[in-house]
Design a protein around this ligand. Structure first.
Ligand SMILES: [Mg+2]
Length: 321
């Protein structure tokens, strides 16, 4: 365990350090209270501290009070003192110390008094990990590892605001796997899951670093393409489509040709909300399906109140990277 020791007495500090190292700990040693405060408030600081009561700069009590003003992470503090009077113990506990060690210390007692501290530090680390896992679960789709629907819609809102501020275009694409129900019905849900995961992986490699992709529904994915108008958005969407159609997907014994249809909408107007964009992309997706699938529909420009559909020839495809 990583432990901070603060003691102005060099001999006592060295002895403590040597004892802790021999017990398997990793030690940072400082000689005054201010250095102790700085070390304990630093990012990734040790979560266990042994503080001398009397030190220049700041006393052990003052160090305790300082670090207790910060809610997390918790630092377990052993106060090192020659004092053993009851009122001193009360003062130390009031300042936020967890336990005491009297000088001169005994190595076995030191080990015993550190044990509750190690338990608390381990417990805290477990809780932090669990909290991070929960956060991951709350924003990701567990099957594909992509953002989930709520998260990608949040991201769309944020990117739309940013595009407004910067006066840039933004495109949204909805990609839907063609005839996906057939995969589930004929080969089972496990094959269906394999196809979804593979589709997610391929789409991820086909988009740009600045793009966002989330699982929007069963076999539907939402792509947020910052800075894209109809032409550049179409290039990204077309790359996604061709990456999917390029090679068949292996699901168990079967080798399945999998394609997707994509609807694309973009805007440059400041008054367009996320719902209008998604709806326009959804309607475009419907047209791509109706026109025979495995295609990107003509991009739709969403211009606030009046919706104008761009016409004319398809933009040329960008080269595959
Ligand atoms: Mg001292």
């Amino acid at each position: 365990m990583r432990i901070l020791i603060a003691d102005d007495d060099l001999v006592s500090r060295r002895l403590l350090e040597r004892t802790l190292v021999s017990q398997g700990h990793e030690v940072t040693a400082v000689g005054d209270g201010l250095a102790a405060i700085a070390a304990l408030l630093a990012p990734d600081a040790p979560k266990l501290a042994i503080l001398d009561w009397m030190m220049p700069g700041a006393t052990g009590l003052e160090v305790c009070r300082q670090i207790r003003t910060r809610p997390a992470p918790y630092v377990y503090v052993l106060l090192l003192t020659a004092r053993g009077r009851r009122e001193d113990v009360v003062t130390g506990l009031d300042a936020g110390a967890d336990d005491f060690l009297t000088k001169p210390f005994d190595a076995l007692e030191l080990r015993a008094r550190l044990r509750p501290g190690e338990r608390i530090v381990d417990l805290q680390e477990g809780l932090i990990r669990a909290q991070e896992d929960l956060r991951e679960l709350a924003i990701h789709d567990s099957l594909t590892g992509l953002w989930n629907r709520g998260m990608v819609l949040d991201q769309l809102g944020r990117e739309l605001n940013r595009s407004r501020r910067e006066g840039r275009a933004l495109a949204v694409a909805i990609a839907d796997l063609d005839h996906f129900k057939k995969v589930n019905d004929t080969l089972g849900h496990s094959a269906g899951d394999t196809v979804l995961r593979e589709a997610a992986g391929r789409m991820r490699t086909a988009i740009r670093d600045c793009d966002f992709i989330g699982r929007y529904g069963g076999e539907e994915f939402l792509l947020v393409l910052p800075g894209c108008d109809g032409i550049t958005g179409l290039a990204v969407a077309e790359r996604v489509r061709s990456r999917m159609a390029g090679d068949p997907v292996r699901a168990g014994e079967a080798l399945l040709p999998v394609t997707m249809s994509i609807g694309l909408a973009f805007t440059q107007a400041s008054c367009v909300g996320p719902d209008a964009l998604v709806q326009a992309a959804d309607e475009a997706l419907y047209r791509a399906k109706a026109a025979g699938r495995n295609r990107v529909a003509e991009p739709v420009s969403v211009e606030g109140a009046a919706t104008e559909v761009t016409s004319g020839e398809r933009a040329p495809r960008k080269e595959e990277p």
